[in-house]
Design a protein around this ligand. Structure first.
Ligand SMILES: NC(=O)c1ccc[n+]([C@@H]2O[C@H](COP(=O)([O-])OP(=O)(O)OC[C@H]3O[C@@H](n4cnc5c(N)ncnc54)[C@H](O)[C@@H]3O)[C@@H](O)[C@H]2O)c1
Length: 435
């Protein structure tokens, strides 16, 4: 894909075109495949890594007739068994993923193994002629970006999709439409967070499995909180700013869960996108007060998004009188200052109760957003389900995946650079675009 990119194209435009191809790939495919599965053209796939995320995806896969699971693979017998039970289609099972890749009757593989294995398995699968869905982050080490890019370029007919599932979320697609259509004005700050009061540690019955089960805790296998949590929100910021950062600073520590782990239990980072655009991300495991979410903030408004709802706040404009006086909204619409400051629920509609004047104003504002084509009443499907349907649609319809190599590369590269900034205490810069 990179070969087609003109050197003159800026980093922002480059990712914008990747993102638009992805957006085009998203919704129509979902409807077409879900409603009209061809009986003989289901994509035959194998699933590698049937642990926690693997089984989450397998549960969604049971409802997607566009794909048929004919093999699974895991090196940990209890998880191999769980995967087979979850998909329920009596797949053949393997402990060595290369044996699964040798099967000529497998069109595609989905991979949900620990991060340090992502690049090796993606490359081997592409070289074995398979379409690939790889969980985020796409790769663990900086040099793996180029290795994957080369192999993917040598297999241009094979789909390579990265599991950044928010790209398949109608809520986030709506948010980005609002950004694109100027509802927030000039976007200058993305603030995101993942906060929880939990150890992140998984129980281990036999100590010999500690590093296999708690791989996230060890630097040999894991990019820690930035890779596991931050990658999702780095991608949201890349999407909002239509590019990738130019530099990042960060800090963090292992200050609370001193239980033998090697990765930090709290991190804070600021990504600079140039032109005043910044993304502040923080993650902690000792306090869950603020939960997960992202705020996209422009000079005319804010989108405050958690995974099940989004609220749009209009930035109060100078010289607005209080009370029922109307302020001018973007594109000539008006709404009371009170409604603007309370926030307009853009998602989901069922939470919008009418308890008086301000809620009616809010309803008016939602109708106005709908008339502009940037309001959708409810998420019609789970984004995990959507990304899987989109993966099969890309294969069957020979179209760009919803999260192509470029988006996955920009995301994984930012994770690596942010971790470097945190570890060294130095600002880390991008000298060239990542993909
Ligand atoms: N997109 C999301 O929202 C999301 C959520 C959770 C996890 N993930 C990603 O999914 C991946 C897996 O995370 P998880 O929480 O499921 O981890 P996990 O440890 O629960 O599962 C990983 C599985 O891979 C297996 N495995 C390890 N080495 C293997 C090998 N050589 N061959 C075959 N199988 C092997 C393990 O036995 C385990 O069953 C990670 O990259 C993680 O970042 C994504």
């Amino acid at each position: 894909m990179k070969d087609k990119v003109n050197d003159e194209v800026t980093r922002r435009n480059f990712l914008r075109s990747a993102a638009s191809a992805a957006a085009l790939a998203a919704l129509p495919g979902v409807a077409a495949i879900a409603e009209n599965p061809g009986p003989n053209d289901a994509v035959r796939y194998g699933f590698i890594g049937t642990g926690t995320q693997g089984c989450t995806l397998l549960r969604f896969l049971t409802t997607i007739p566009a794909g048929r699971c004919i093999a699974t693979c895991d090196i940990y017998p209890p998880n191999l068994k769980k995967g087979v039970e979850t998909i329920g289609s009596k797949p053949d099972t393997y402990e060595d993923y290369r044996q699964l890749l040798d099967r000529k009757d497998i069109d595609a593989v989905l991979i949900a193994t620990p991060l340090y294995l992502h690049a090796r398995m993606t490359i081997d699968a592409l070289e074995a002629g398979k379409h690939v869905f790889i969980e985020k982050s796409m790769f663990f080490k900086e040099e793996e970006a180029e290795q994957i890019r080369k192999v993917s370029a040598a297999h241009p007919k094979q789909v390579l999709q990265v599991g950044l599932h928010r790209r398949s979320s109608v809520l986030y697609q709506t948010a980005m439409e609002m950004v694109g259509k100027g509802a927030l004005g000039r976007v200058l700050l993305v603030q995101s967070r993942v906060t929880t009061h939990s150890s992140w540690r998984r129980p281990v019955a036999d100590a010999k499995y500690e590093r296999l089960i708690n791989w996230r805790m060890y630097r040999e296998y894991s990019g820690g909180l930035m890779a596991e949590m931050g990658s999702h929100f780095i991608d949201i910021a890349n999407w909002a700013f239509e590019g990738e950062p130019v530099s990042v600073i960060g800090t963090g520590g292992l200050d609370y869960w001193k239980d033998g782990r090697e990765v930090h239990d709290n991190i804070q980072s600021i990504f600079d996108y140039g032109g005043g655009g910044r993304h502040y991300f923080h993650c902690m495991l000792f306090n869950g007060h603020h939960s997960n979410g992202v705020m996209i903030m422009g000079d005319q408004g804010t989108l405050d998004i958690t995974d099940d709802r989004g609220i749009y706040f209009r930035e109060p404009v100078a010289k607005i009188s209080s009370g029922p006086a109307k302020e001018n909204w973007w594109a000539g619409a008006t709404v009371s200052k009170a409604a603007a400051q309370k926030g307009v629920l853009i998602f989901p509609e069922k939470e919008a109760k009418d308890s008086g004047f301000v809620d009616r104003e809010s309803l008016y504002a939602r109708r106005w957003l709908a008339s502009m084509g940037i309001y959708h009443p409810e998420e019609p499907y789970d984004p995990y389900w959507g990304e899987l349907v989109n993966f099969f649609a890309s294969i069957r319809e020979n179209k760009a995946p919803v999260v192509p190599l470029e988006i996955g590369t920009a995301d994984a590269m930012a994770v690596i650079k942010a971790n470097r900034a945190i570890d060294t205490g130095q600002k880390t810069s991008w000298t060239k675009k990542s993909a």
